[in-house]
Design a protein around this ligand. Structure first.
Ligand code: NAD
Length: 433
């Protein structure tokens, strides 16, 4: 019996191979086996510490009430307060949020931030609500979470479907509900806030910026350079559009983009800045004048150096992996490959740069924001960028060194490096009582 199967058996978890939580925990436990973490750590990490589910009513603009379901999952806090985004999406389910909370634990540990892993979400299509409905929903969800979040305990951030405006409403609600003498400190309850309300320079582009720093560090050893890199992108929201713009600034060519409405391409490359303006105005890449519409099959089978998924989990299935003609997959989204697709691509010699490293820029600048809030400071953009580069280059080197030492792939190496740090801290602290 494999180590992960033993742990699932002991915890009486159903090891459904198609379940995203089982898939993520299995690959983390496999990495733990490689570096020989103790059994107690496997048990602790196989389940989140806390899983909170809330139901709350919101009055719609026409006067009727709708009941919403929200989640906050707190996976592990041995390194510091729980940290992770809040997703607004109609298909949010508990197991997705649990899986993403594990990845946050791994990400924070890999970069050695003083945070643990958490994640949350609300089952809602934010685009179907008016601004007032969205604000009431956000405030009601925040009050339902109550003292389960806080600047020293659990610190949400934006994720798919949420943004700086939603973070501002969360912070304001939290501040209004707490002791008036400590109200200002309550700002640090969330990160990814607008600049005028305790946000940080560079937070909006942070995930894309971090990915670019990671590529600058890792590509030369893989035989590529950014100036001549060709890439295609799934998703052109916050992460996708910033990644595209920052890569294009360095000379790379954006060949094709797919979003929730379809795919587009241009033989000479797409103008990343103009496309970002188009998406801001229309909500999708569709209808962008300087491009032709292509099918999903054409998108996946396009020959590029790198495919960068920056949308939802598990979009690249085994069937899609068979179509790919890229030399590497750079994971901007969390868990964008199914395990079968990943195994197939590794067998084909396609490099996979894992999300816990590639998209760690977001939580890293969130950490800077939290630090600035605590110290009542506002750092300049060049300070944020240079600190971000320093931490992510260190994390990338940790992954490369681990992969070399253990002769393993980059994902297992990234989890291995993260687990080593967590295990060291558990060993020093001991387990309460
Ligand atoms: P976003 O909401 O700004 O953008 C999401 C994009 O995905 C949009 O372009 C949308 O059209 C596209 N999309 C949705 N469904 C799709 C489908 N079925 N097919 C193709 N495209 C689809 O979200 P974001 O903040 O850019 O986050 C993207 C991913 O990156 C998520 O997985 C998120 O968890 C991850 N991530 C985000 C951050 C951050 O700082 N925002 C940090 C780390 C990881």
């Amino acid at each position: 019996m494999s180590v992960s199967a033993e742990v699932f058996d002991e915890l009486k978890l159903r090891a459904d191979a198609d379940n995203i939580y089982v898939q993520v925990v299995t690959s983390v436990l496999d990495a733990g086996e490689l570096i020989g973490v103790p059994h107690r750590l496997r048990l602790i990490l196989a389940q989140p510490k806390n899983e909170l589910m809330v139901h709350f009513p919101v009055e719609m603009d026409d006067g009727h009430h709708r009941l919403f379901k929200g989640y906050r999952v707190q996976h592990n806090n041995v390194l510091g307060p729980y940290k992770g985004g809040i997703r607004f999406h109609p298909d949010v389910h508990l197991d997705d949020i649990k899986a993403l909370s594990v990845l946050m634990t791994m990400k924070c540990a890999l970069v050695q931030l003083p945070f643990g892993g958490g994640k949350g979400g609300v089952q809602v299509d934010p685009h179907s609500l008016s601004e007032n409905e969205l604000r009431r929903l956000t405030r009601r969800f925040t009050s339902a979470l109550g003292t389960n979040i806080g600047p020293d305990f659990d610190i949400p951030a934006p994720d798919l479907g949420s943004d700086a405006r939603i973070m501002a409403w969360m912070a304001d609600t939290y501040m209004n509900l707490r002791d008036p003498n400590r109200r200002l400190a309550g700002r640090g309850v969330v990160t990814g806030k607008p600049l005028d309300f305790g946000g940080s320079q560079g937070r909006e582009k942070a995930t894309g910026q971090g990915l670019v720093y990671v590529l600058e560090e890792m590509l030369p050893a893989m035989g590529f350079n950014l100036q001549s890199l060709s890439f295609s992108l799934i998703g052109y929201g916050n992460v996708g559009s910033w990644t595209a713009r920052l890569l294009a600034e360095r000379g790379a060519t954006l060949c094709a983009v797919m979003d929730h409405k379809g795919a587009i391409a241009h033989k000479d490359g797409l103008d990343a800045d103009a496309l970002a303006d188009h998406v801001r105005e229309t909500g999708s890449v569709q209808g962008f004048a300087a491009a032709r519409k292509i099918s999903a099959d054409e998108f996946y089978s396009m020959e590029v150096d790198a495919l960068i998924p920056a949308a939802l989990e598990k979009m690249v299935t085994l069937e899609r992996a068979h179509q790919l003609r890229c030399k590497m997959v750079v994971e901007a989204a969390n868990a964008p490959l199914s395990p079968a697709a990943e195994r197939y691509l590794l067998d084909q010699g396609v490099g996979i740069l894992p999300a816990v490293l590639c998209n760690a820029g977001g939580v890293t600048v969130s950490y800077f924001e939290w630090k600035q809030n605590r110290q009542d400071e506002a750092w300049d953009l060049d300070v944020v960028d240079s600190q971000l580069q320093k931490l992510l280059v260190r994390a990338a080197r940790r992954v490369v060194n681990f992969a070399g030492e253990y002769g393993t792939d980059m994902r297992t190496a990234a989890y291995g490096a993260a687990l080593k740090h967590i295990n060291d801290v558990y060993t020093i602290r001991g387990i309460f009582p």
